[in-house]
Design a binder for this molecule. Sequence first.
Ligand SMILES: Cc1cc2nc3c(=O)[nH]c(=O)nc-3n(C[C@H](O)[C@H](O)[C@H](O)COP(=O)(O)O)c2cc1C
Length: 287
Amino acid sequence: MTAVHDTAASTPAPTTSAADLLAERYGAAHAAELSGPEPGEVLRHQLAHRSVRAFRSEPVSEDAVTAIVAAAQSAPSSSNLQTWSVVVVRDREHKSRLATLAGDQEFIREAPVFLVWLVDFARLDQLAGQHGHGLDGADYVESAVQGFVDVGLAAQNGSLAAESLGLGTVFVGAIRNNPEQVADELGLPPRVVAAFGLAVGHPDPERPARIKPRLPQDAVAHPERYRSDTQLPAIGEYETTIGAFYESEGLAHSWKERVLARLGTVAGLKGRDRARESLRNLGFPLR
Ligand SMILES: Cc1cc2nc3c(=O)[nH]c(=O)nc-3n(C[C@H](O)[C@H](O)[C@H](O)COP(=O)(O)O)c2cc1C
């Protein structure tokens, strides 16, 4: 693997302080209440994350993809089962067909590489078959959960690696809008399902992405026991912080409205309410 770094828009400047990054992540008022160590390189990249949906046409090198996959494989894996795989899609037509299946999101076509991350029990099924075994444990909800957890950890490691190389990424859950057609398109055997995609490319500095604020920490981090009483006040404060972000991006709708549009009705699942049926069709009986 040769050195593959590109100084691009999403890479935090080495001088960026924790205070500046936290101010962008939480809004200045909340960030002022937080203290922490000055970030090293990894933490700076984590705090500087933003999804990138605008890419230059410049290709992503094979070496960069090798590094992303190596970082993904370096993530922890439940019982070291390594129940995931990734399909590296570069072909323009192939990418375009996948984009169509995944909500017709144009940035998938624009990104030079589209990685499709898979929960994969087919490899272990082959191993079991070779030894005259079944793979009965894989048929249970627990194994599916374990597979989705593992592939999520792996892909986020890969995404962070990409960001550290100056690349930009965005996850694509919409790849689950049409699971069976995606499986056909990728030639997936039974017991393999696409969990999400990851568009990867060089960020276009003409269309930069910004750090998106998150909920105040006291909504998500609970001392000793879960607290329900902090939730609605924290959401109220977040509406103000993220409202300013959305407004500056020219985006309508508040966070509350977005949450309710996404989860308030089944229609917000955009066809993914069939997930159990799709998983069963693809060899995950979910017992
Ligand atoms: C599993 C997963 C699926 C996602 N799917 C999509 C998607 O289909 N389209 C999209 O534009 N963004 C998608 N995103 C990106 C989120 O919208 C984004 O992470 C979130 O708004 C926070 O913004 P940030 O990543 O810039 O901080 C997805 C993110 C995750 C983690």
